[in-house]
Ligand binder design. Structure first.
Ligand code: SF4
Ligand code: SF4
Length: 442
């Protein structure tokens, strides 16, 4: 099935498929009896467990501490008891996990309560570090690292990313409508960490008019916050695209937004920063859309981290037709789940279920050299060349062709008339490059 037509300058227009959940308000998901907490829900080193089997925990209890700067702690989202520490299936394969039996009492640690007003940037940053916040739009990069840019960089522009360009997903949209106030207060907290900040853009695609109206109304008294309406296009929400579109600044391949004085944060991440600093909350829950034609009652759910995917599918009434593919994320960037027992993690935005027709990919055939994958790549890569280099085992060539700059948007795979799994191959190439780099560093 062809899902979209091609954009002119990289990017595409996939069918949005957001109508099933766009107008469905956030409701609280059932909290299951057993929850599973991978010690790595972030980019960087896995966190180190600090609990043992048999320990009693509360909501907010530290389960695993960050291991170094590029890492993030993990906290319990329920009260109960640690019953296992073992390898479990996660969205990214088998990984070390802490398993908690929920006692159903929802007892909180004492420090989750309204906090005193804090103005010291160091204390604010410590709160963000200890809350274990990571990029909630899917990036999973530790937020505290972003908020503590390298010495010498001067951040003058903050882009709050509410583009949510991935089809099906409406979790950020609902957060923008239902928690507008906490997003604005989150910007205020972030502002305290960035003394040179001059302008804040809240970026929203033009298919979310109600969110644009609500946010514009909320910021009307702020001279330094502007809601920017973006043309609906995939992947409009990618970091480098947003920076280029809103500021005209270009981040060099392999470079960081901070090098061009810009910080990009997902809308739900900004809200989590507010809740960490003002309410003392570690990141223990998030909003997730569960959608797709086989789902009986698609919903936007407030979910405790560690909840198995199957529990959410049950919350949505199960299936009205056989599911052919269940994805963590949307159809463009999402990863197929081998198992619905995998737990919800901090950066998971959506669960998307496709039926057989929607999931049909077709048989792979030889490249016909149409260049369409090159035309749709938003970061100007040559996906077919990277894929071919990886396939013949030339990891160095894949790296030289810029594989690490791939933002994994999936445009190339979807456009390819020969059904070549370009994204899959490039993801594998990136993993091989990372492994090679670790080996060289060892
Ligand atoms: S190479 Fe990467 S960034 Fe370019 S279209 Fe493919 S998935 Fe997207
Ligand atoms: S889109 Fe597919 S067929 Fe066309 S050049 Fe790229 S890999 Fe080859």
């Amino acid at each position: 099935m062809r899902l979209f037509f091609m954009g002119k300058h990289g990017g595409s227009h996939p069918e949005e498929n957001k109508d099933r959940t766009r107008n469905v308000g956030i409701t609280v998901a059932v909290v299951p009896k057993e929850l599973v907490f991978p010690v790595s829900m972030h980019i960087g080193k896995p966190a180190k467990p600090v609990v043992e089997v048999g320990d009693e925990v509360k909501i907010g209890t530290l389960l695993a501490e960050a291991d170094g700067k590029i890492s993030a702690p993990v906290h319990s989202s329920v009260s109960g008891k640690v019953i296992k520490i073992e390898k479990r299936q996660t969205q990214s394969g088998m990984a070390d996990c802490i398993v908690i039996e929920n006692d159903g009492k929802d007892t909180f640690i004492d420090s989750i309560k309204e906090q005193e007003e804090i103005s010291d940037p160091k204390v604010i940053l410590e709160k963000v570090v200890s809350a274990g916040i990571v990029g909630m739009g899917g990036a999973s990069f530790p937020t505290a690292v972003k908020l503590d840019p390298p010495p010498g960089s001067t951040i003058d522009t903050l882009i709050v990313n509410g583009a949510e360009c991935e089809p099906y997903s409406t979790s950020d949209y609902r957060v923008m409508l239902e928690h507008t106030d906490e997003i604005i207060k989150g910007i205020d907290v972030v502002r305290k960490l960035l003394p040179k900040l001059k302008i804040v853009y809240i970026a929203v695609e033009d298919n979310k008019q109600e969110a644009i109206r609500t946010l514009s109304d909320a910021v009307k008294d702020f001279t330094d916050i502007t809601v920017k309406t973006l043309r609906t296009m995939y992947p409009q929400g990618s970091e480098k695209n947003l920076i280029k579109n809103l500021t005209g600044r270009e981040v060099r391949p392999g470079g960081l937004p901070s090098e061009v004085g810009t910080l990009v944060m997902n809308i739900s991440t900004v809200r989590a920063v507010y809740r960490a600093v003002k309410l003392g909350e570690p990141l223990y829950q998030r909003v997730i859309s569960v959608s797709g034609s086989p789902v009986k009652e698609p919903r936007n759910l407030l979910v405790r981290i560690g909840t198995p995917v199957e529990s959410l599918l049950h919350d949505c009434g199960g299936f009205k037709e056989d599911p052919a593919k269940i994805l963590s994320g949307g159809p463009m960037m999402g990863r197929a789940l081998a198992d619905v027992s995998v737990p919800i993690v901090k950066a998971m935005t959506a669960i998307t279920v496709l039926n057989a027709k929607e999931a049909e990919i077709g048989e792979e055939s030889d490249c016909i050299m149409c260049s369409e994958c090159i035309n749709v790549c938003p970061v100007n890569l040559q996906p077919i060349l990277i894929s071919e280099a990886f396939k013949r085992g030339d990891v160095d060539k894949a790296k030289a062709l810029g594989a690490m700059d791939c933002i994994e948007c999936g445009n190339c795979s979807y456009i390819c008339p020969s059904k070549i799994p370009l994204l899959e191959n490039i993801r594998e190439a990136k993993a091989a490059i990372k492994a090679q780099q670790q080996k060289e560093g060892a």
